[in-house]
Write a protein that binds this ligand. Sequence first.
Ligand code: FES
Ligand code: FES
Length: 168
Amino acid sequence: MDITFSVNGERAHVDVEPRRTLADALREDCGLTGTHLGCEHGVCGACTVLVDGEPVRACLMFAVQADGSSITTIEGLQGPDGELHPLQEAFVEHHGLQCGFCTPGMLMSGLHLLDTEPDADRERIRAEMSGNICRCTGYQASSTPSRPRRRPSTGRRASPRRRSRGSA
Ligand code: FES
Ligand code: FES
């Protein structure tokens, strides 16, 4: 099936089987491998992306369901010159990652929380981030950066890398 969506501000066109997950479409058809796959059962949160501004487990969503949507992946957080997003900087500053496998999902969940509840307290942050599993760090370290000194904004997310994609 031919589907079209916007990913990180760029239009993407892919030809996918109906059973293809959004995660696989992003990784394999769009080359956006920053979206990681851990459990592939909707448990770990590593595959979290924003679809029309809402966090979604990309391993549980079929790509065809994203037809016409606007998607933000971890790649969309970089600035125009490739600089890190303030939330990424905060993760680095507060040692919020070790191997980094879970980090894209953590960042997308954290970004959504900051955009929707900018004044969330630590307890609320912990509750929201509890949907993302990390096998390396203490969760203390990965929840602290979600209160960065500089206010992140999804408005900085778009740093287009690809114009459009042909059929797979
Ligand atoms: S890979 Fe999607 S929730 Fe774990
Ligand atoms: S930093 Fe390794 S899984 Fe979270």
